[in-house]
Design a binder for this molecule. Structure first.
Ligand SMILES: [Fe+2]
Length: 416
């Protein structure tokens, strides 16, 4: 009798294990496989690398690790790629080992463009039938005092359903801020950086947006693991003006109109980045300074290791710090020397101090709300994907945070 009971229990355990294994395989099978000719681009994304008013950078993958990368760019919207006016550029081609085998990584940049001008481009191997779809972009106006951009963080998915939420979030953001000239993603793109199907899903849900609006990446703790970030950095062609001694492509800065944006990597080499940050902030004459990084300096918890950075934000009067990691919404009062700048509570907005935000997550993962801190102006967990739009017009910066359904949940202004 006892034996029979044991057989029964073992039988049940076996059935549960088989069902779990089948479910996992089904989940994986549901993830999109790319069906492309071997040199055709996928995971195509545009970024800024040098001057935002005269150049543009691009990155894409190919199934064929040895495929050539070619970029063709032409002025105007309805472009043909046949004429003499087509700019033809050879990409820097490399190969990367992924969990699905070797793939080609192609990075290209076009420069010498006219400011405030529409261009159309296509990427491919140069062979017939191996070009991606054409897309258009607009270079920044020269000397403009206006800018609008989108901030999102922690898309951090595994399944297609996770990335469908990310896709809905970014599409809603682009619909809400149609003038957005670029996107800053504050890190944790995927749950596991080596999961190439997750990256494919990340890009395929937003391909019509990120092929024309630059996506500027910040490194999260899921993007750099044990001082290794090759899968992450392989996807983005960003400025190489960052901190020496920090992984290339994880710290950099760029200007767009009236704003200087500095991207830092909280996953290592913090001291080296502090030295670089000091020079970077001292070296800009832009009216507005925004810094973006993943683990928060002030965001429901405080990452003490970032104290050196915060001193520099005070010294160089950084206006806004974009953060991620906590998967909840958090917005500080303007802070200076770790204390609230009292005037920040007025309707006109603060003209001194630094505001620190975490715009929840843009995917499907939410954490329990952390304890309120003295510096919190707004702090909540709505368990919904969110995005923010940041607009600068002359002396006024406006920040607006929405949920994925388009409800405005927080808003503030800063003035100079
Ligand atoms: Fe995260």
């Amino acid at each position: 009798m006892k034996d029979l009971k044991m057989v029964f229990i073992i039988g049940i355990i076996l059935i549960v294990l088989i069902v779990a294994a089948v479910a996992l395989e089904k989940l994986k099978a549901e993830r999109p496989e790319t069906v492309l000719s071997p040199g055709t681009p996928y995971n195509l994304v545009t970024t800024f690398k040098e001057d935002t008013d005269t150049s543009r950078a691009f990155t894409w993958y190919t199934e064929d690790a040895a495929a050539a990368g070619r970029l063709e760019v032409v002025k105007g919207v309805e472009a043909s790629f046949d004429g003499a006016s087509v700019i033809r550029i050879k990409a820097e081609d490399a190969a990367i080992k992924t969990d699905k085998g070797k793939r080609g990584v192609h990075k290209a940049e076009v420069s010498g463009l006219e400011p405030g001008t529409v261009y159309t481009y296509r990427a491919g191997s140069g062979k017939d039938g191996e070009w991606g779809a054409a897309a258009s972009f607009t270079t920044a106006e020269a000397d403009t005092d206006q800018v609008t951009f989108i901030n999102v963080t922690d898309s951090q998915g595994i399944t297609p359903a996770d990335f469908a939420v990310w896709g809905r979030t970014l599409n809603k953001a682009a619909e809400t801020f149609p003038a957005a000239q670029f996107i800053v993603h504050n890190g944790d793109f995927t749950e596991e950086a080596e999961d190439s199907a997750a990256w494919n899903s990340f890009f395929s849900n937003v391909d019509s947006l990120v092929s024309r609006i630059p996506l500027m990446p910040v490194t999260g703790n899921h993007d750099e693991v044990e001082e290794q970030a090759a899968e992450f950095t392989s996807h983005f062609n960003v400025p190489d003006n960052g901190a020496k001694g920090s992984i290339a492509g994880t710290s950099y800065s760029f200007d767009y109109g009236p704003v200087h944006i500095t991207v830092l990597n909280t996953e290592g080499n913090l001291k080296k980045q502090a030295e670089w940050l000091k020079k970077d902030l001292a070296g800009t004459d832009k009216a507005w300074k925004i810094v973006a990084f993943h683990r928060p300096a002030y965001g429901g918890n405080t990452y003490k290791k970032l104290d050196d950075w915060a001193l520099l934000f005070d010294k160089y009067e950084v206006d806004l710090v974009l953060q991620g990691h906590n998967h909840e919404y958090s917005r500080s009062y303007p802070l200076l020397d770790g204390e609230i700048v009292a005037e920040g509570e007025g309707a006109a907005g603060a003209s001194r101090g630094t505001v620190y935000v975490v715009t929840n997550a843009s995917g499907n993962k939410f954490n329990e709300k952390k304890e309120d801190q003295f510096y919190h102006a707004v702090h909540f967990q709505n368990n919904k994907a969110m995005f923010a739009g940041i607009s600068i017009s002359g002396r006024v910066l406006t920040y607006q945070a929405y949920d994925v359904d388009g409800n405005l949940l927080d808003e503030f202004t800063l003035t100079h």
